[in-house]
Design a protein around this ligand. Sequence first.
Ligand code: FAD
Length: 359
Amino acid sequence: MREFDYVIIGGGCSGLSLAYELEINKMLDNKSLAIIEPRQEYKRDKTWSFWKVNDHNFDDCVIKSWNTFTINTSKNSNELKSQKFPYQSINSGKFYSKINSKLSSNSNISFFKNLTELDISKSIVFNSVIENEPDKSELWQHFQGFEIETQKDIFDDSIINLMDFDCEQRDEVHFFYTLPFSKNRALIETTWISNLEDKSLMNYDFQLENYIKRNLRINNYQIKFTERGAIPLSRNFIDQDKKKINIGSAGGMTRLSTGYTFLNIQNHSKYIRKNLNNMEKIQDFKLGKKYEILDKLFLKVLKNNPRKMPEIFYNMFKGSTDSVIKFLSNKSNIFEDINIILKMPKWLFIKELINNDKY
Ligand SMILES: Cc1cc2nc3c(=O)[nH]c(=O)nc-3n(C[C@H](O)[C@H](O)[C@H](O)COP(=O)(O)OP(=O)(O)OC[C@H]3O[C@@H](n4cnc5c(N)ncnc54)[C@H](O)[C@@H]3O)c2cc1C
């Protein structure tokens, strides 16, 4: 059986990001890498969006960047701007082909469909595959998006609608999200934060068709691309096996209050590359204890008070936009944290803090 210095289990976002980071920094010139990936072909399957609070390797895969976004509830609407931190969307198809074409030029890198083809006893193993199925009764961010094309120019492509709560909530947290890539093309997503047990929330096609017609007042359009996903907003499924270094969603790179993962994956890849010869440190890469504590409390409030959430999200974005972006992207300082905390309904948060229910 073949042996490799490094093995990456799962050639998705985090596995390929790590391989690319190692390759462009010449860490694979004299070392071998095996990537285990069962998929038959790479094609666009996701759109990764995030605030660009730090540099990453994939600017050339960005579909579009925006500096203005809105948040709506049924009563209020707020337009916010950030010149410093643009919101970016990455086309996963371009990302996969850029990385795969770079990796194919190095004969030290090989792809395999199955781990059983290798002897990994002497390899450093990175794992991005979630082995324990996350609990369906916990909170998830689940969603479906249609990328649509219209005949006429309809969208203002300089503004994204980050959260539109002016829709049916059904005692859960529900919003629509619109990313206009051009004046006649946009990705529109219906997003729920709830458990995965209530299947009635998952008639996504109907929700999207209804929203596009009633709220956006668009009757003629073509669906060019559909994406669907469910991101677990918990960490209970994370495998504690110390023999592997977990990366990506399996490695806790998802920010629990938002589902944002992409930029954390990029920062984790850079951290691994810098510490590759000092492996015991790598286990320490975390998004930050304060965010873990605050996000858990936030999700407890959300779970027990879903009807209050549109207003809570709306109020969070009052004040300095850059500070909120930094907070949501794990880059805030203590003063910015305090400012955000002060905008939350104090008694509600204190009540949930002393309430013994787990989240
Ligand atoms: C539809 C969707 C949209 C998202 N949008 C955003 C976003 O806008 N912004 C953001 O920050 N985050 C987003 N996320 C969250 C997160 O960024 C992505 O899920 C990201 O792909 C996570 O990367 P990963 O490497 O952990 O997992 P994946 O990218 O899923 O990679 C895991 C890989 O493992 C492979 N695999 C599966 N089983 C095995 C096995 N047994 N052995 C070996 N390999 C295996 C899979 O084929 C896959 O290629 C989104 C998630 C989804 C599902």
